[in-house]
Design a protein around this ligand. Structure first.
Ligand SMILES: Nc1ncnc2c1ncn2[C@@H]1O[C@H](COP(=O)(O)OP(=O)(O)O)[C@@H](O)[C@H]1O
Ligand SMILES: Cc1ncc(COP(=O)(O)O)c(C=O)c1O
Ligand SMILES: [Mg+2]
Length: 282
């Protein structure tokens, strides 16, 4: 598969394309990576350096790829951390060009806005852009619980409320939704849930909660879920494979006591997860 992946890049560590590209490549896919920013490190450190690229710089690179005549062979567009709301329009423009060249191509939007611990961590205008522009354009979305609540206005106090929020989201366009880091009163203290919904139904995957808080796991799971969904056509299967791989990745990261996810050292987890978790229909 050929995936056009438009998101952040960091020199040190693994978030954005520096988290998402390698797992897809390790699974045998070609990744056409376009970077929305080039930062020294992820913003979770509180300090970082490097530019947010102008929207035109992204358009320019998309045009160059288009001029190679390869967009008809693009199977999917994946977007993540945008850096600036204007970049979002350049991404939707790229999605339009890919769809014109290959009507079968899917767009997966990881609506990076923030999380429960840090709140909103992107520039003003991006949350609204995700809600009003990106969401209706997407075939697949991968919000965490905080982003699901922001995008739908629903407070997710139970698994049922999460499913209702996802259905409200699907009513606006996306066919498949993956909710990450879902913790409701039904979630045991020592566990963390994922919820995936498509036309086949709603499925929950539960794994142990690991004693760590890292950045970049969301970018990896969105990429893995998207390529497994494209390959299998099943959100339940994609959930099981992506959730199990990221659990293995984070288990290794936790065991090593690393602040950065072990994308390279734990790469076998992308191909053969140590522990394969099974989804439950909800
Ligand atoms: N402490 C943890 N223990 C176990 N799994 C985790 C933990 N943190 C993240 N994960 C896994 O990684 C997935 C993506 O991480 P998440 O933090 O939701 O992404 P984001 O950074 O986009 O908010 C989660 O759904 C979960 O499967
Ligand atoms: C530059 C950059 N890209 C992407 C992300 C998103 O990472 P995550 O996968 O944790 O949502 C972050 C989060 O800190 C970031 O700083
Ligand atoms: Mg995220």
């Amino acid at each position: 598969m050929n995936i056009l992946s438009i998101q952040s890049h960091v020199a040190y560590g693994h978030v954005g394309n520096a988290s998402a590209a390698f797992p897809m490549q390790r699974l045998g896919h070609e990744v056409w990576a376009i970077n929305t920013v080039q930062f020294s490190n992820h913003t979770g450190y509180g300090a970082w350096r490097g530019p947010v690229f102008p929207a035109d710089a992204i358009r320019e690179v998309v045009t160059g790829v288009e001029e190679r005549g390869v967009l008809p062979s693009c199977d999917g567009v994946l977007s993540g951390y945008m850096g600036d709301a204007a970049i979002g329009e350049a991404i939707l423009d790229a999605v339009g060009r890919v769809r014109a060249a290959n009507p079968e191509a899917l767009y997966c939007c990881d609506p990076v806005i923030g999380d429960v611990g840090r709140g909103v961590f992107v520039r003003p205008g991006i949350p609204e852009f995700m809600r009003d522009r990106a969401l209706p354009a997407a075939d697949v979305v991968t919000p965490n619980q905080f982003e699901l609540e922001y995008l739908t206005g629903v407070t997710v106090g139970s698994l049922g409320a999460a499913v209702a929020a996802v259905e409200a989201m699907r009513a606006r366009g996306p066919k498949a939704v993956l909710v990450t880091s879902l913790r409701t009163p039904e979630t045991p203290e020592d566990a963390i849930d994922l919820l995936a919904v498509d036309g086949e139904g709603a499925f929950r995957l539960r794994t142990p909660l690991l004693p760590l808080s890292v950045n970049g796991a969301g970018d990896a799971i969105a990429a893995l879920f998207f390529v497994h969904l494209l390959t299998t056509g099943s959100a339940a299967q994609a959930l099981s494979l992506a959730g199990s791989s990221v659990y293995g990745l984070l288990r290794a990261t936790s065991d090593a006591g690393s602040r950065e996810i072990l994308t390279i050292a734990a790469q076998e987890e992308f191909v053969r997860p140590t522990r394969l978790f099974q989804p439950e229909r909800v």
